[in-house]
Design a protein around this ligand. Structure first.
Ligand code: TEU
Length: 569
């Protein structure tokens, strides 16, 4: 297999807690996934990215790991895991594990030992600091710096037993590992090799650009209206990040490159950084998840501060990434994951008359660009955001902490904050996968850990898998097109109609063959001058997302949420 096999591959992300429950406890598990492998094969995906299944207290739904070499009993056993891996491989599907090594759980033995005393041999495995000079431990403002946690509150937790604070960029139960310590790095590499030796096919690496920090941990600027300082300049892409990732490549990936996929989740990464991280000559990562396009609708106050993104915003940003990594490096392509609201509600239109068409239109835009597409569970059905009614409907620590900070501490109006949560909460992506119109969407025979989206009676796999006009069937065509077409997998990208406020249009070209992708990302008809698409008059329509698209051709009009793909050679 070539070292760049992933250039024509499509990855499917499974959030195990919400995918399928086999034992009726209301929580998804490995046997539930095993029972639905045919769904993945039917869709045509090549890789599964499996969110964490390791032992965990589940403070952050498994992104707080207490044993990297144990399967959490909630999800099953190693026998179940081995059966899942064999079942995927038998279908020609690879398995990529989620690697969370910027931090562990505070219940990990490493942290327990580190916290046990000031002179513990593992004290330096984490970031411990005394109170700010001149202040007593526990006093207001005594935290070693002014950074805030991504999950609200300060990024430091006092340990009264030793009178020192430990750093946690996320929840207080997720202490940050100190990657400056070579013992930490060796322990992580050893664990990674253990999983690859078991036959897994790579890793998605959680906030891996945060592992190198400016060791002085200085205060950050406090943005207007915010309670804490911006630590990102001192932990995002820190001074040794390329050194650490290259060392990881040499100690873990080298010699396996033709088999595995490595993708680094990198909030805040720029194109310039991504060219360095994904340049094959630098032997770091295959690709990264960038966040610019999913931050476009965040206002100055961050993700909860809504700033609607225009079609021009979206296409200019995505085109910039296409152009930025055209000659060096590689793009991952995604709209959804377990942290993002559902794209059909965010950048599409989830009203019944437009949901399917807009889901297909957004899928077309994403899947036919240059890069490796990622499909998040339910995206292939056009699953939408959830009409949460009460704060009690939510489960996500980030969401619940934000509500408490905004309403109880900052005194904001609860109804306004609830509207922000409905729009943006990660729980929009974490309600049960909708398998059928049976109770609990066919996800469980018990009580689901989080309620399903009520629209499951209409939006579900049973209704879509064999329906020719379903979102599922359309996604299957997009994936098949990538497998069949070298133009899609490896062609050049050129944005066309660049200033059109409704149309996202681009050309892919390779060895004299070309595709024109013409998508109306609005609910209004879009007119354009056919002369602006000169040379495509006789092109053949190879894909359209509306029943009558086949008759439309290039006549200067694209219907609301219509996607048209033409081919010429
Ligand atoms: O998320 C990293 C991250 O940046 C998140 O803060 C994300 O941007 C935010 O939740 C969007 O609202 C990773 C995992 O994907 C996430 O599920 C974990 O909670 C987090 O790291 C800590 O492990």
């Amino acid at each position: 297999m070539s070292e760049t096999w992933w250039k024509s591959a499509v990855v499917y992300q499974i959030y195990p807690r919400s995918f399928a429950d086999s034992d009726g406890d209301g929580i998804g598990d490995l046997r539930g996934i095993i029972q639905h492998l045919d769904h993945l094969q039917e869709l045509g995906v090549d890789v599964v990215w499996l969110s964490p299944i390791y032992a965990s207290p589940h403070d952050d739904n498994g992104y707080d790991i207490s044993d990297y070499r144990a399967i959490d009993p909630l999800f099953g056993t190693f026998e179940d895991f081995d059966e899942l891996l064999a079942g995927l491989h038998a279908r020609g599907i690879k398995l990529v594990m989620d690697l969370v090594v910027n931090h562990t759980s505070d219940e990990h033995p490493w942290f327990i030992e580190s916290a046990s005393s000031l002179d513990s041999p593992k004290r330096d495995w984490y970031w411990w600091r005394p109170p700010r000079e001149g202040l007593e431990a526990g006093a207001h403002g005594a935290e070693p710096n002014n950074w805030g946690s991504f999950f609200s509150g300060p990024a430091w937790q006092l340990d009264p037993a030793t009178g020192e604070y430990y750093l946690h960029l996320f929840s207080r139960k997720q202490p940050d590992l100190n990657w400056e310590n070579p013992e930490v790095r060796e322990a992580v590499y050893d664990m990674m090799n253990w999983w690859l030796d078991r036959g897994v096919d790579g890793f998605r690496m959680d906030v891996i650009n945060f592992i190198s920090k400016v060791v002085s941990l200085p205060d950050g600027e406090v943005p207007p209206g915010r309670l804490y300082g911006e630590g990102y300049p001192f932990f995002g892409q820190g001074p040794r990040i390329h050194e650490f990732l290259h060392e990881m490549h040499e100690k873990v990936f080298a010699g396996r490159a033709d088999r595995i996929l490595t993708v680094g989740e990198m909030p805040g990464v720029t194109i310039e950084d991504a060219r360095l991280f994904t340049d094959p000559a630098r032997a770091e990562l295959d690709m990264v998840f960038q966040f610019e396009h999913v931050d476009l609708d965040h206002g100055p106050g961050g993700k909860w501060d809504d700033r609607p993104a225009s079609v021009l915003d979206l296409k200019r940003n995505l085109a910039k990434w296409q152009e930025g990594l055209a000659d060096t490096g590689w793009n991952s392509l995604y709209w959804n994951n377990h942290d993002q609201p559902r794209v059909v509600s965010r950048f599409g239109d989830d009203r019944p008359e437009y949901r399917a068409a807009s889901a297909k239109a957004l899928g077309t835009v994403l899947h036919l660009m240059r890069g490796t597409p990622y499909v998040y569970q339910g995206e292939e059905l056009g699953m939408a955001n959830v009409p949460f009614e009460s704060i009690d409907d939510f489960r996500d620590i980030e969401t619940l902490n934000h509500y408490a900070e905004a309403v109880d501490i900052q005194g904001r109006d609860a109804a306004e904050v609830m509207a922000d949560l409905r729009r943006t909460s990660r729980d929009n992506a974490r309600t049960p996968m909708q398998w059928s119109d049976a109770p609990a969407a066919g996800f469980t025979t018990g009580t689901p850990w989080i309620a399903p989206n009520p629209d499951y009676v209409l939006v579900n796999a049973a209704a879509e898998t064999h329906a020719a006009d379903s979102v599922f069937s359309y996604y299957r065509q997009l994936i098949d097109l990538r497998h069949r077409s070298a133009v899609v997998a490896d062609g050049d990208f050129t944005l066309v109609l660049a200033d059109h406020p409704q149309l996202f249009a681009y050309v892919r070209e390779r060895d004299g063959k070309a595709l024109l992708v013409l998508v109306n990302l609005t609910g209004e008809p879009a007119r354009y001058d056919p002369a602006d698409l000169a040379g495509w008059e006789d092109a053949a329509l190879v894909l359209g997302n509306l029943a009558d698209s086949v008759d439309r051709g290039l006549r200067g009009l694209v219907e609301p949420w219509e996607a048209l793909v033409f081919e010429r050679s």
